[in-house]
Unconditional design. Structure first.
Length: 255
């Protein structure tokens, strides 16, 4: 999954990383406010990233999905006690937009799966909220539901910066369930915890989950690239956002 950390790229833009005299890897600083314009100047912007970063279609699709999810949750919340139910949301490319990190990787010719680069971005706390995300989270909490984010950002290096980034963009969540480490990327155990056991660290009992929201098929319990379960769940309990830039679909063979 993680490929070569630093690719040799013959361009003046470059040097995404280098070794310092101490042998410790040093990452080049990045001005994320201009990095997507730099990518444009380089002529290397892909269609998928352009779509995700600037298109009206993305904005409309996110607003549409979050509005549909809000309506479905609101209809079910009326008959349920406050605090007895939850909504589970993914974080990256669901609530937060990391397309500037993608621009940076492409500008500097760095592998997009490089964990040090990803941490550099997370610690910058510069992800923006995706369209409709903050309003959705606010609406769910206003209806009496818990918003539980299940993300594969990592507990140790990423929790504090992630909470700070969410606060900056006006997103308040009740629980942030992160991956323990890079071997803990299967979310199903965390989904089971929420629905069957309860999240002890947040003093929450088992909760009925009225909606799951995500951009990857694996953001939904037990679904995968080979099994999308009951299609009728989509738009009812599962709400899928579009991500043409990356995902578990990238490992599928063409046919
Ligand atoms: Mg995601």
């Amino acid at each position: 999954m993680i490929r070569t950390a630093c690719l040799a790229v013959a361009t003046l833009l470059v040097a995404g990383c280098a070794s310092s005299p101490s042998g410790k890897r040093a990452l080049a600083p990045i001005d994320y406010s201009v990095v997507c314009q730099q990518l444009e100047s380089s002529g290397k912007a892909t269609g998928a990233l352009r779509w995700f970063h600037v298109s009206a279609e993305r904005r409309a699709a996110y607003e549409q999905v979050f509005r549909q999810a809000t309506d479905r949750v609101a209809a079910q919340a009326r008959s349920r006690p406050k605090g007895s139910w939850a909504v589970v949301a993914d974080l990256d490319e669901t609530l937060l937009d990391n397309s500037k990190a993608e621009c940076a990787d492409q500008v500097q010719g760095v592998d997009v799966h490089d964990p040090d680069r990803w941490t550099q971005w997370v610690l910058s706390e510069q992800a923006e909220a995706l369209p409709g995300a903050a309003a959705f989270v606010t609406a769910v909490r206003g209806l009496g539901g818990k918003v539980i984010v299940v993300s594969n950002r990592e507990e140790g290096p990423h929790r504090a910066a992630t909470l700070a980034n969410l606060a900056k963009v006006g997103i308040v969540v009740d629980v942030l369930l992160l991956a323990k480490d890079r071997s803990d990327f299967d979310k199903n155990s965390r989904f089971r915890l929420i629905e069957e056991v309860g999240v002890a660290a947040a003093k929450l009992p088992a909760l009925q989950v009225l909606a799951y929201v995500g951009d990857n098929i694996k953001d939904f319990p037990y679904l995968s690239q080979v099994d999308i379960g009951d299609p009728a769940q989509f738009g009812a309990r599962y709400f899928l956002l579009p991500n043409p830039v990356y995902g578990s679909w990238q490992r599928l063979p063409m046919r």
